[in-house]
Design a protein around this ligand. Structure first.
Ligand SMILES: Cc1cc2nc3c(=O)[nH]c(=O)nc-3n(C[C@H](O)[C@H](O)[C@H](O)COP(=O)(O)OP(=O)(O)OC[C@H]3O[C@@H](n4cnc5c(N)ncnc54)[C@H](O)[C@@H]3O)c2cc1C
Length: 541
C-alpha cells in the first residue's frame, strides 16, 4: 500500500496487548478509504441495522427495511461471468442489488477451485446457513463481489463513481487542503477554516445553508473537538472554547479486532490454487501473461470473494453463559474513568442488545475469509464489546494527530469471545468430517495452545485491534445515550451542521464497512436527507 495515500498515525500503547501500538490506517486521498481499501464488498445482517434503528424506536428509517433501498442505490451490481459462476458454484440474487450507481460491485474473471472446497467444508458443521447472496442480510457462508469496474477491471470507488463525473459550476474539489475547524456564529455553523498545502495561513469558506462534515471515524471527531464541540473537560484542558458540551464526541470508538488462526490442508491437491501464486513459477508466468494480455486470471482477484460470517451459537458451546455474563456486567466499569453518564447509558444499551445477539442466529460474530489455497489466515471478531476513544492531543491539539486508543480487550468478555472464535476455527479445520481427508495440520496458534489461559496469552500477544474500520466516534444515537448526531445526522446542540461518514455508525456492522458507508453517506444522507430535509425513506427499490 502506498504510504503517501495514508495518514501517519499510530495508536497509543494498548495496555491489554502488552503495550503494543498499531498503525491506524486511514486514506489521505480523494475518495478516502474507498481509494485504498481491500475492495471487499459486503454488508452486515438485518439485525445489525435493526440495532441502529432500535435506538430510536419502531418508526426509524435506520433499520434493515429503511436502509435496503439505499444499499441498492449505492452500488451497480454486475453479475459474474457465467462460466466462472458455474464452475465455482457462485450464487447471487439480483433482488438485493441495484444498477444505477457509478460505483460498481463486480467480479473477477477467475476463481480458485479450492475456494469452493473450503466453502463446502462448512457443511460438516451443524447450524451453518448458506444464504444465496451476500446482500441477503443473513449470517452464513457465501460469495460476495468486489468494488471493481468489470469493464476496466479496476478499482471502482468514490472518486471514479461520484466525484469525477460531477460537472457543476458550484462544485470545487480542493486537494491538499486540511480543514482545521468549523466556524460558528453562536451555535450556528457558518463555514469552515482550512489550510492549503504547506501554508499555515488559514482560509475560510462560508456556507449558505449548512456545513457537512465527512472526514471519517478518526478525523471527524477531531475536527468537532477542535471546533469546540465535545466533552467540556477535554476541551478545557486543550484550551478550546466550548461551543456545545457534547460528551459523546470521540467516545464509543469501535473497530474490528483480528488474529491469525490457520491450518494447512496437506492433501488439498487442487490446482491452480492460491498457493500456486507463491510457489509455482509456471503458474505465476501464466497469471502475469493473461493479466497483461486482457486483465483476466488470478490477478483480477482483489482479496477473495468468499467467506464465513457466523453467528455466536454456531461457533461457541458456551454462548448462553457468555451472553448471561454480558447481561450481568457492570458495563460502565469497562469505560474510561470519568466517562459521562449519558455515554455510559448508551454503552449499556448497546451491551444489552449484544447480550441478546450472542444468543441468537441473526448477528454474525465470526469472520474467516477463504483464500482459495490450502490455508487461510485472518479471523475477525465482528462485534467487539470494548470501546475506545479518539481525542485531540491536549499537549498540541492543533499540531498533532488525535490520540487513537482502541482500548482493546478492555471488556474482558472480548477475550472469551475471541477464544471461542479461535477454538471454532480449530474445529472447522481439524474436527470436521469433511476436512479429515484433506489431512489438515494446524499452523497457528498451534496444537499446544488449549487452555483458556493459553488462548488469552496468544490473543494478548498477537491480536490486532483494527481491520481499518473505525466507527462510532460521532454516534447516531439519542443524546441521552451519548449520541452526537440525530437521525437526520444533525449534530446535537448546534444548527446547520451534519456529520455523514463512518463515525456516525453507532455499532459496527458485522461486515467490512465501506458498502454501509456508501449506503448511508452517498445515498441516504446526500440524496434524501439533505435534499428532502428528513430521514423518511422516500426512495424505493
Ligand atoms: C487499508 C484499508 C482497507 C480497507 N478494506 C476494506 C474492504 O475491503 N472493504 C470495505 O468494505 N471496507 C474496507 N475499508 C474501510 C472503508 O474503506 C471505510 O469504512 C470507508 O472508506 C470509510 O469512509 P468515510 O467516509 O467514513 O471515511 P474515509 O474514507 O476515511 O474518508 C475521509 C476523507 O476525509 C479526508 N480528511 C480527513 N481529515 C481531513 C481534514 N482535516 N481536512 C480535509 N480532509 C480530511 C480524508 O483524507 C479522506 O479523504 C478499508 C479501509 C482501509 C484504510
Amino acid at each position: 500500500m502506498d504510504q503517501q495515500f495514508l495518514y501517519d498515525i499510530n495508536s497509543v500503547p494498548q495496555v491489554n496487548l502488552r503495550n503494543r501500538t498499531t498503525a491506524v490506517l486511514a486514506g489521505k486521498v480523494v475518495g478516502g478509504g474507498s481509494a485504498v481499501n481491500a475492495m471487499m464488498t459486503v454488508r452486515g445482517t438485518m439485525e445489525d441495522y435493526n440495532r441502529w434503528g432500535g435506538f430510536f424506536g419502531n418508526q426509524s428509517g435506520w433499520s434493515w427495511e429503511g436502509l435496503l433501498p439505499y444499499f441498492k442505490r449505492a452500488l451497480n451490481f454486475v453479475p459474474p461471468n457465467r462460466d466462472v459462476a458455474d464452475s465455482a458454484k457462485i450464487t447471487y440474487n439480483t433482488s438485493f442489488w441495484g444498477n444505477s450507481s457509478g460505483v460498481y460491485a463486480g467480479w473477477p474473471s477467475f476463481q480458485y477451485p479450492a475456494t469452493t472446497i473450503t466453502m463446502d467444508s462448512f457443511k460438516g458443521i451443524p447450524g451453518i446457513e448458506f444464504p444465496g447472496d451476500s446482500g441477503a442480510g443473513r449470517p452464513g457462508v457465501y460469495w460476495y463481489p468486489t468494488f471493481m469496474d468489470p469493464k476496466l477491471v479496476a478499482r471502482s470507488y468514490a472518486r471514479t463513481g461520484h466525484y469525477d463525473s460531477i460537472k457543476r459550476e458550484n462544485y470545487h474539489l480542493l486537494t491538499g487542503s486540511k480543514v482545521t475547524r468549523i466556524l460558528f456564529n453562536g451555535t450556528t455553523a457558518t463555514g469552515a477554516e482550512f489550510t492549503q498545502g504547506k501554508s499555515k495561513q488559514p482560509t475560510t469558506v462560508k456556507a449558505r445553508k449548512e456545513v457537512i462534515l465527512a472526514a471519517g471515524g478518526i478525523h471527524s471527531p477531531q475536527i468537532l473537538q477542535l471546533s469546540g464541540i465535545g466533552p467540556r473537560r477535554l476541551l478545557d484542558s486543550a484550551k478550546i472554547n466550548t461551543v456545545v458540551d457534547l460528551p459523546g464526541v470521540g467516545q464509543n470508538f469501535q473497530d474490528h479486532p483480528m488474529v491469525m488462526a490457520s491450518a494447512i490442508d496437506r492433501n488439498l491437491n487442487v490446482h491452480p490454487s492460491g498457493d500456486d501464486m507463491f510457489n509455482n513459477a509456471t503458474f505465476l508466468t501464466w497469471a502475469a501473461n493473461v493479466w497483461a494480455a486482457n486483465k483476466t486470471g488470478p490477478y483480477s482477484i482483489a482479496t477473495g470473494n468468499a467467506a464465513a460470517w457466523l453467528s455466536f451459537p454456531v461457533i461457541s458451546p458456551r454462548y448462553a453463559e457468555i451472553s448471561a455474563n454480558l447481561t450481568s456486567q457492570n458495563h460502565a466499569s469497562y469505560l474510561p474513568a470519568g466517562t459521562d453518564p449519558t455515554v455510559a447509558a448508551g454503552y449499556r444499551a448497546q451491551m444489552q442488545s449484544y447480550a441478546a445477539a450472542l444468543r441468537g442466529n441473526g448477528t454474525a460474530f465470526y469472520n474467516l475469509v477463504l483464500s482459495g489455497g490450502a490455508s487461510n489466515g485472518i479471523i475477525v471478531d465482528l462485534h467487539p464489546l470494548s470501546r475506545g476513544t479518539v481525542n485531540i492531543d491536549t499537549a498540541d491539539p492543533h499540531g498533532r494527530e488525535p490520540l487513537v486508543d482502541y482500548r482493546a480487550l478492555s471488556n474482558p468478555l472480548d477475550v472469551a469471545i475471541m477464544t471461542d472464535i479461535l477454538r471454532f476455527t480449530r474445529r472447522y479445520y481439524m474436527n470436521n468430517t469433511l476436512t479429515t481427508q484433506l489431512r489438515p495440520a494446524e499452523l497457528v496458534p498451534g496444537a499446544a495452545v488449549t487452555t483458556d489461559a493459553q488462548f488469552a496469552d496468544y490473543i494478548e500477544e498477537s491480536l490486532s485491534p483494527s481491520e481499518f474500520h473505525p466507527v462510532g466516534t460521532c454516534a447516531m444515537m439519542p443524546r441521552e445515550l451519548g449520541g452526537v448526531v440525530d437521525q437526520d445526522l444533525k449534530v446535537y446542540g448546534v444548527q446547520n451542521l451534519r456529520v455523514v461518514d463512518a463515525s456516525i455508525i453507532p455499532t459496527l456492522p458485522g461486515a467490512n464497512t465501506c458498502q454501509t458507508v456508501y449506503a448511508l453517506q452517498c445515498e441516504k444522507q446526500a440524496a434524501d436527507l439533505i435534499r428532502y430535509g428528513s430521514s423518511k425513506v422516500v426512495a424505493s427499490g
